[in-house]
Design a protein around this ligand. Sequence first.
Ligand code: TPP
Ligand code: MG
Length: 279
Amino acid sequence: MPELKDIATQIRRDIVRMVHAVQSGHPGGSLGCTDYFTALFFKVMEHRPEPFDMDGKDQDLFFLSNGHISPVYYSALAHSGYFPKAELATFRKLNSRLQGHPTTHEHLPGVRIASGSLGQGMSVALGAALSKKLNKDSKLVYSLHGDGELEEGQNWEAIMFAAHHKVDNLIATVDYNGQQIDGPTDKVMSLGDLGAKFTSFGWVVLNLDKGNDVDEVVATLEKAKSLTGKGQPIVIIMKTGMGKGVDFMEGSHEWHGIAPNDEQLAKALAQLPETLGDY
Ligand SMILES: Cc1ncc(C[n+]2csc(CCOP(=O)(O)OP(=O)(O)O)c2C)c(N)n1
Ligand SMILES: [Mg+2]
């Protein structure tokens, strides 16, 4: 098994190449969440890429709610063995299984919900977590949400529901990058004290200040795992940097959803050496 850091570097490389190739997509959030995907898919989650089945019984499940960061998701799935790496070259092309936002009717292994219309993933993750309980399946459900995405009201109904129904087999993570499509989250619509909000809704809150340190992400996910089964849902508020790993993309909402040109691609790839082999 390659080092987690090397996996993360290759995933970042894939992200910029995929978005550049079709001149569309979302590199900023994808790069920021790369260390989370690396930790989850290559270390923490108990999952079976092959043969893939939608029900995922007796496996941990992952739901991506902020579906626009599909490049990082697809790359992590491909390198985990859900589908051939070469298929990353079809990202956002007509009739591809790798649509700009993940969908289910293309039957891409690893994708169990459509996402991209923000705000829905928490509700689905809760349904899956409750199903696991009904089926006496002791495996866990993980979900990822954007911070800007939490402005969507459906989340707060789901957050309230989770505590009421004691959904203690769910580990939700918020990509707390402080940015969203139109600017800093604090300027667009502040989340206020997000930890206090989750706590007051009855959740266990873990703060992860180094969400771009893959070892810290692993440690926090493991800690979260140790807190499951105790009657409360768990959220990790994970600070990340939008665009992390490509210096000129870092820290600004401007790279939320635009593609690098040829020159920018070359600059980005110079910072991200090939480690596992390009698709
Ligand atoms: C229901 C809905 N409303 C609006 C959008 C448009 N939209 C796409 S991404 C985005 C910003 C989300 O911010 P955040 O979750 O913080 O993602 P980040 O920019 O950090 O990747 C918005 C408003 C959408 N996809 N779905
Ligand atoms: Mg954000």
